[in-house]
Design a protein around this ligand. Structure first.
Ligand SMILES: Nc1ncnc2c1ncn2[C@@H]1O[C@H](COP(=O)(O)OP(=O)(O)O)[C@@H](O)[C@H]1O
Ligand SMILES: [Mg+2]
Length: 300
């Protein structure tokens, strides 16, 4: 332990997640290969890499969905139990790349489902509906409403989950994950399918989650989102960790640029993109006006 503790590490919070030499094979395919990875309390860490790099598989190894072929994952010093509901109870919550909600339940009910690992009242109490049950249920509902307010969905508590627009379904997934009162939250592509405005509010939401003392590990393809948000970013390529560092280090790394980003990453990619779009629109506009004036249609 002591040999691996660097000065920089000592300045950060305690290690909450510690993955050592994690390898995951599916038959002949090695999806994740010998990955060492830590998340400390108070951190937002990003995991990026091309499609098929092994990001989701690695997440699944951190949540008890898969048991790594090799290596070990510890949460707050304890090896992860080999069942995902036990991992959730231990303190790791997640959202899924493909949204998994109970479509025909209300928004509030979906959050209440997320609380079941935290309610002490057992099955018998629920069946008999004794005073303990009603008290616990009222407390659960209050907490669920608080979480809906936190993600901005309190006005939709009684709506069916399937009637929410896509961006709000993603936020509901986050509320449900938070309902298990985690110490570490894993987000798999939380802004996929969101418009820029929704992405921005999600960014603020993740900062707010971190400010509540929950460490966050996030997979995302939106580089602007990742580099704005994360204290540290790790890059997976073909199952291996290529590099890990702060945003500036990762953005500037030649291998990352070659493997993933494709071209140098500007500080304000949004502005650059917007300028390109504006220029293209101006050009198109110029085309139509010149066509319209001396065109055949007008000559007749
Ligand atoms: N359950 C599985 N069985 C077999 N192969 C899988 C399974 N899950 C993922 N893979 C393979 O592992 C590799 C990594 O996939 P994945 O973790 O989904 O990548 P990413 O999330 O980075 O896009 C891919 O080649 C994928 O086809
Ligand atoms: Mg994935």
């Amino acid at each position: 332990m002591t040999t691996e503790t660097t000065v920089k590490d000592a300045a950060a919070g305690e290690v909450v997640l510690d993955a050592r030499g994690v390898t995951m094979r599916f038959g002949g395919l090695t999806a994740v290969r010998g990955v060492d990875f830590t998340v400390r309390s108070g951190e937002i860490v990003g995991l990026i890499g091309p499609n098929g790099a092994g990001k989701t598989t690695f997440f699944n190894c951190l949540t008890g969905l898969y048991i790594p072929t090799e290596g070990e994952v510890r949460y707050k010093g304890e090896v992860l139990p080999p069942k995902s509901f036990k991992v959730t109870a231990a303190g790791i919550a997640r959202t899924f790349q493909n949204i998994r909600l109970f479509a025909n339940m209300t928004v509030l009910e979906n959050v209440l489902v997320g609380r079941h690992t935290r309610t002490k009242e057992g099955l018998w109490s629920a069946l008999l509906r004794g005073p303990g049950f009603h008290k616990a249920e009222a407390a659960s509902r209050a907490r669920a409403m608080e979480l809906l307010e936190f993600v901005g969905l309190e006005k939709k508590a009684e709506h069916l989950a399937r009637n929410l627009p896509y961006g709000e379904q993603r936020k509901l997934e986050i509320a449900r994950a938070l309902a298990s009162e985690p110490g570490l939250l894993l987000l798999d592509e939380p802004t996929a399918g969101m418009n820029p405005q929704e992405t921005r509010t999600t960014e603020e939401l993740v900062f707010a989650i971190r400010d509540k003392g929950i460490a966050v590990l996030v997979i995302e393809h939106d580089m602007r989102f990742i580099f704005n948000l994360c204290d540290r970013v790790a890059v997976l390529v073909q199952g291996e960790k290529l590099i890990e560092g702060d945003s500036a280090t990762v953005q500037g790394d030649e291998r990352v640029i070659a493997a993933y980003l494709g071209e140098p990453f500007e500080n304000a990619p949004g502005d650059e993109e917007a300028a390109e779009v504006a220029a293209a629109e101006a050009a198109a506009q110029a085309d139509t006006t010149t066509d319209a004036v001396p065109g055949k249609e007008n000559d007749r």
